[in-house]
Design a protein around this ligand. Structure first.
Ligand code: 3H9
Length: 694
């Protein structure tokens, strides 16, 4: 037997132990080891039943995703599981940690399943653009019914053990030691002559004739663009309508289709990238961390309140500072209402609301935050005000406290320069709403110390965020790239596209909404102020599009004023507005632009290629360390569809030479100013490489 899978005996019970850290993934040696162990148990006359258990932090967490896309090394998983299920000696899966994907499928192939109460089980393949391909789509519906199985697989949810027992996935919860409990359970199975219970031999409960069509209609909008959820429905349909063996064939065929799909390739890339961002190049793994036991947030506005909620949610005490009592009460009132709304939806309890509010300590005095290990400034976006706050923090905060700014546009180094401790200063750019959005751009200044970076990156995870480290520049990574897209979107409309056409092209590409619907939601006055500041500072662009500014000057600031680029009858649904169309036509005439019909492909290229080009500049300048950092920012902060893998991954799929060729075409048509490819983009295209070859 291999060291990775061992077979031992405890009296009449054979114990199969998997030890393949970190998550006991089903790599080839595990599959081969499982097969050999079951054969050993069957061949040994002294063995009457078997227990399958795992070492380390978890039961098997799934197939080894790193093997995907490579030629399959025998044995494949399905025959291994089939052999386990076919065994005539009972096999008991003993689960702790997470039994996920292929891991749960192995357990479903066992005759019984027991687990500790803290364990969770699930079939999350959908998150990798896949479906459970080792019998999960056929066995789970036989245990829990088609609807429950579909819910679990389409959501990819991790079901807590007590709930899994109620559903019939688990036979028993073990209160004390898992191994001892599983052995006792196996002995009881023998004593009670319960024999082997094979999931594949169970019938599937029938469903209504229109059940699958209705289920599909129910997820169609939310899951648009993703392929796997719809393939999962087809597989479960097969479980209901076909004998087990035929259902397995259908599952295999659908699984193979997904495995070869661009959607799954992209989602697998995202899975690893999402973990890779936490590892900062050049920052040793053992960099010491500063301890963060209490936090303070300066500013109780929408942003400050949202930021504070993240810490309270994670059980970390957080002080919130405002200048006036009134502003403080208003801010914390909003926080309380947010929590109460969540509680009213049943997502947290009333006691949770009080516990979290209890962790938030309001104050109007800087002296009260002197002991904080981390202070996050979230005041009005003005350099002068921020500098004033940092001078005060420098004066009162204890030595070693981390001083963070939530600025989204200002120079972190300039803010740090007013303190006597620039090494302790860092940017933590939360996205709005800060208690919901998972992205956190952590901005390293010139002087930021390594242990400050390491601490903040780790803390990001602790508060449930995806922290990505970026450097200082105008707009950092996300907004700097967004600016490129928004500029072209405005030009396109001036040249003849309709706002709703531009929005539809980007919505169909997979964004949750187009740039104009997004601007209306965020408020048009925000961008207006930025542009005004730029104009005042004499920063004139070679081409300025004035139509959105004229909309703002009409008092139409977006959804909050009931009208913006669109009009809103119900307050939320954007409707095209003839008045705005006329305004756009007039602006175009005044700018001497001859309007024309613009095709969807041009809209897509002109909105997204400049994003990629800016990404290339960001890489060249070292503002982002790797293309994957940019991809994760865009997926978590800007709704870039995960099934396209992020802008840089997507660019590689299109081929950089095709993007450069489009740049040349647009340079001829529109001038070179905005259409000169970044040197890095041009170089990679010339060499026939992609960003991920860097
Ligand atoms: C499947 O099963 C297909 C079958 O239906 C059909 C087959 C025919 N493989 O997340 P963490 C690595 S599809 C390889 O930071 P946590 C991960 O990259 C699979 N590696 O820990 C990281 O490596 P590193 C269905 C894997 O404690 C390290 O383990 N299963 C795999 O926060 C630690 O991971 C899933 O989709 C894997 N399957 O969370 C489950 N999983 O240290 C995916 C993890 O080098 N996994 N790694 O960066 C998870 O959801 C979480 O990892 C888990 C632990 C909850 C298990």
């Amino acid at each position: 037997m291999s060291e990775i899978v061992s077979f031992t005996r405890e009296g009449e019970i054979g114990v199969i132990t998997v030890a393949n850290p970190p998550v006991n993934a089903l790599s080839q040696p595990v599959r081969a080891g499982l097969k050999a162990a079951v054969e050993a148990g069957l061949a040994d006359d002294g063995v009457q039943a078997m227990v399958l258990i795992c070492d380390g932090a978890t039961f098997i967490a799934g197939a080894d995703i790193r093997e995907f896309g490579k030629p399959l090394a025998e044995p494949s998983l399905v025959p291994v599981i089939d052999a386990m299920e076919a065994a005539d000696k009972p096999i008991v899966a003993a689960i702790h940690g997470t039994a996920l994907g292929g891991g749960l499928e192995v357990a479903l192939g066992c005759h019984y399943r027991v687990a500790v109460a803290s364990a969770r089980v699930g079939l999350p393949e959908v998150n990798l653009g896949l479906l459970p391909g080792a019998g999960g789509t056929q066995r789970l519906p036989r245990l829990v019914g088609a609807e429950q199985a579909l819910e679990m697989m389409v959501q990819g949810s991790h079901v807590p053990a007590p709930r899994a027992q109620q559903l019939g996935i688990l036979d028993e919860l073990i209160e004390a030691d898992l191994k001892a409990g599983a052995l006792a359970f196996a002995r009881r199975v023998l004593a009670e002559h319960r024999g082997v219970k094979r999931a594949s031999e169970l019938p599937v409960a029938p469903v209504a004739a229109d059940f699958f069509a209705k289920f599909e209609a129910g997820i169609a909008r939310r899951m648009r663009g993703f392929k796997a959820p719809f393939h999962i429905i087809k597989a479960v349909e097969a479980a209901v309508n076909l004998p087990f063996a035929e259902g397995m064939q259908r599952e295999a065929q659908l699984f193979q289709e997904l495995m070869g799909s661009s959607e799954s390739r992209a989602q697998r890339h995202v899975f690893f990238a999402q973990r890779e961002v936490a590892k900062v190049p050049g920052l040793p793994k053992d960099t010491p961390r500063r301890e963060i036991r209490q936090v303070a947030v300066v500013g109780a506005g929408t942003m400050g309140g949202g930021i504070a909620m993240n810490f309270a949610n994670a059980g970390i005490p957080v002080a919130v500072l405002e200048i006036s009592r009134e502003a403080l009460d208003r801010g914390l009132g909003v926080v309380r209402r947010n929590y109460e709304t969540t509680a009213s939806k049943g997502r947290i309890s009333a006691a949770d609301v009080e516990r979290r509010m209890g962790l938030i300590r309001p104050t109007t005095s800087y002296d009260d935050i002197a002991d904080a290990d981390l202070v996050i400034e979230a005041v009005f976006e003005s350099m002068d005000i921020k500098k004033e706050v940092f001078r005060k923090l420098d004066a009162v905060c204890k030595p070693g406290a981390i001083l963070a700014t939530n600025t989204s546009t200002l120079d972190v180094d300039e803010i740090a320069s007013v303190t006597g401790r620039p090494q302790d200063v860092i940017g933590m750019h939360f996205f709005s709403p800060a208690n919901v959005m998972r992205l956190l751009e952590n901005v390293r200044g010139k002087a930021t110390a390594d242990d400050v970076i390491a601490t903040v990156m780790e803390l990001s995870r602790r508060i449930g965020k995806v922290g990505v480290l970026v450097g200082v520049c105008d707009g950092f990574v996300g907004n700097r790239m967004l600016h490129q897209r928004n500029r072209e979107a405005m030009f396109l409309v001036e040249e003849g596209a309709k706002p709703e056409q531009v929005d539809k092209v980007l919505y169909d590409f997979g964004f949750p909404m187009g740039p104009f619907a997004m601007s209306d939601m965020a408020g048009l006055d925000v961008g207006y102020k930025v542009r005004e500041e730029r104009r005042k500072a004499g920063k004139v662009e070679p081409r300025e599009s004035r139509w959105i500014d004229q909309i703002v000057e009409l008092g139409r600031h977006g959804q909050k004023t009931g009208a913006g680029i669109y009009r809103y009858q119900d307050g939320r649904t954007p409707l095209p507005d003839a008045e705005i169309e006329q305004l756009i036509e007039r602006c175009a005439r005044e700018a001497g632009i001859e309007r024309r019909d613009i095709g969807d492909q041009e809209i897509l290229e002109r909105c997204l290629y400049p994003l990629i080009n800016e990404g290339a500049k960001i890489l060249e300048e070292g503002i982002a360390a790797r293309p994957l950092d940019i991809d994760i920012i865009w997926i978590n902060g800007y709704g870039f569809p995960a099934y396209r893998g992020g802008p840089m991954f997507w660019a590689d799929q299109i081929g950089l030479k095709n993007i450069v060729a489009a740049y040349r075409r647009y340079a001829e048509q529109l001038g070179a100013h905005y259409w000169t490819p970044a040197p890095l983009l041009e170089k990679l295209a010339r060499e026939g490489k992609g960003f991920y070859d860097l």
